[in-house]
Design a protein. Structure first.
Length: 78
C-alpha cells in the first residue's frame, strides 16, 4: 500500500510538471528568432483576423468580466 501511494504521488507530480511546461510560446514569445503572430477568439485576447504561418498551438484565457467562459489565442510562428 505504501509503495502504491508513493508511485501515485510521483505520477501526479510528473503530470503537473508536464502540464506547466507548455511548448506554446506566449504572445510576447519568439519562434525561430522572430516574434510570434496570434489570432484570438475574443477581442480582449488580441487581433481576431486570420494569420498565416506555422501553427504552434493554442493558449486559453478567461476574459475579464466575461460570462461566456474560456476563450483562446492561437499562436503562429513566422
Amino acid at each position: 500500500m505504501k509503495r502504491s501511494n508513493s508511485v501515485s504521488i510521483l505520477l501526479g507530480l510528473c503530470m503537473l510538471l508536464a502540464a506547466s511546461c507548455g511548448t506554446v510560446p506566449d504572445a510576447n514569445g519568439t519562434y525561430n528568432g522572430k516574434p510570434v503572430l496570434t489570432r484570438a477568439s475574443h477581442p480582449s485576447g488580441g487581433p481576431m483576423h486570420e494569420v498565416k504561418g506555422t501553427y504552434l498551438g493554442r493558449r486559453y484565457f478567461t476574459p475579464p468580466g466575461s460570462k461566456t467562459g474560456l476563450q483562446w489565442i492561437d499562436v503562429y510562428g513566422q
